[in-house]
Design a protein around this ligand. Sequence first.
Ligand code: ATR
Length: 274
Amino acid sequence: MSDLYCVFGHPIAHSKSPAIHAAFAEQTGQAMRYEARLAPVDDFAGALARLWADGGRGANVTVPFKEEAFRLSDRLTPRAARAAAVNTLCLQDGEVLGDNTDGAGLVRDLSDRLAVDLAGQRILLLGAGGAARGVIAPLLAVKPAILTIANRSADKAQALATAFADLGPVEARRFAELTGRSWDVVINATSASLAGTRLSLPDALLADARLVYDMMYGAGDTPFMAQARAAGAAQVADGLGMLVEQAAEAFALWRDVRPTTAPVLACLRRALAG
Ligand code: ATR
């Protein structure tokens, strides 16, 4: 019998995780099955209990269950504890270990694939919701010159900056306070692209950055990527690479073997482009 894993979400039909993990398993010769499971919005705990009852060994967790997965974990990795959200669960010695691989996935995509040495760089993180919170500790771990968190609602950005201040140089700003400054790397962790909304950012800020990165992805440019290109950004990337890297990090935790991500990303990219 092969080992069972799954991804939980609501909705889940669109998830690329089953294809990614199937590719990783084939590449590394791991005997495992990986399913997409739709968990009821009001009973994630029940869905999780069913996975363990079915003999499951681990799971990925996506929207809207990452905070609940955090609460239901018996033990947490330090980065999951900091993120207050869990995207990876792993059964270890009868206990549920909760991890968060999102930030590590982002950092790996930026540093390995996009060849940005983040140490000493000025990083601007847009947004202060769950997606932003999940990547702050790993971004500070690469020792940027400054990590600026900018958000429409200033109080949420300030709360995050305060919560992570012990890990490195981090500050909070309103969007309106960004004018006249520049950053090396700009990362969008807002959900504005989902609504097709433009962020009210100065064009110069996007044009000055060495890399503008959207944690979202789609068949073509996201609205934020289009905004950055129109503003004159030198290099623009979406979050498909982050998706594959966070999966690789989860896979390594479960199976103790690190898959090669480039061919899997290339395959996903071709499928997305149709
Ligand atoms: P997630 O878990 O994806 O981060 P979230 O917790 O709902 O989702 O957070 C959404 C983020 O996108 C927030 O930072 C939100 O800004 P506010 O805190 O001011 O609400 C940001 N966001 C969403 N739509 C936006 C828009 N049109 N313009 C600017 N920021 C937006």
